[in-house]
Ligand binder design. Sequence first.
Ligand SMILES: Cc1ncc(COP(=O)(O)O)c(C=O)c1O
Length: 392
Amino acid sequence: MSKLIGSKKATQFTESVIREMTRLNQLHGGVNLSQGFPDFAAPAVVKEAACAAIMADVNQYAVTWGTRSLRDAVAQQFTRRYGVPVIADEQVTVCCGATEAMMATMMAIIDPGDEVVIFEPFYENYGPDAILSGATPRYVALREPDWSFDPQELAAAFSNRTRAIILNTPNNPTGKVFTRDELGVIADLCRKWDAVAISDEIYEHIVYDGVRHVPIARLEGMAERTVTINSLSKTYSVTGWRVGWAIAPASLTGAIRKVHDFLTVGAAAPLQEAGVTALGLDESYYTELARGYQRRRDMLLEILERHHFTCYVPDGAYYIMTDIAGFGYRDDVAFARYLVKEVGVAAVPGSSFYIHAELGRTKLRFCFCKRDETLVEADRRLALLRPARTLA
Ligand SMILES: Cc1ncc(COP(=O)(O)O)c(C=O)c1O
């Protein structure tokens, strides 16, 4: 057999469906409500800080695990906001986005055959992350309409083979924000089985209707067994900058830093400087961010419901998961292709968030990190939407 083919690992997963939808959308000139990146401007002071850093010649490699100033800012913000002490020198690793922080963490702590618990539906990177790190995933369902999990099902997924659980709150794609009680159930299991919680909190500041985000590291005995992952991408609308970080106990940080070093050497030095400015923005920035997203959420909910989608109202993050059973299409992928080609709106087929694809066959995810004009244009195009049976 030819050796000019991908590795066994690389053939176990397909290209990202979300990014495929973005490409299809470009081809058909559609409105992109698939991939979660804002189409509005990042804060001016943050952009100015990046330009200033480049002009000041902060253009060479930064310290591999991140500039001291950004690590300090990350540690101080987490401690101030959540009362969890973080020592920048021992616990913070700056990476190329939350994506790399997650991959570096998994490669650093997982041995082949270790089990990792993953809630399903999940952010699509976690599947390939598990394969690339050699983990054996154990999936536990989050069930609509409120995306709650069955504590017994979760308990049954843990054993002494469990190395870690991946958590994402506020959650992509469901918009679920895990409650303190739910986190308590997860924390009990992590302590019982000596497992690590890897918590992706990239939508930390994007929460609605007075719902509060609780980091699992805040729960008793959890700071010493939690890796909290975050990034500049969503909070400051700079998804293309690729600056994120992991906050980990000192016992895991050395391994994460080594893997990170050999994967990427480091994140862009001038953008790390700008990250310090970003993290220094005052509280009103975060309040405004959440308020702006809540308004966009309500706008897209109204549009989608008027066009006959069944919507699961999100408490956080910037996505709306919908049910499309009423439109009568064969499945979610056929519907998503129809939507982008014939209607001109791109969304993500629900099955791409599930390992048990059948659970996503009547679902479609839309994002609302977009300008009002973009959402209004999507509304105009959705008027073309027809149930499958009326098509010739
Ligand atoms: C849950 C979640 N984690 C991580 C990422 C990627 O983050 P980053 O841009 O920092 O790599 C995304 C992007 O959509 C996401 O939704």
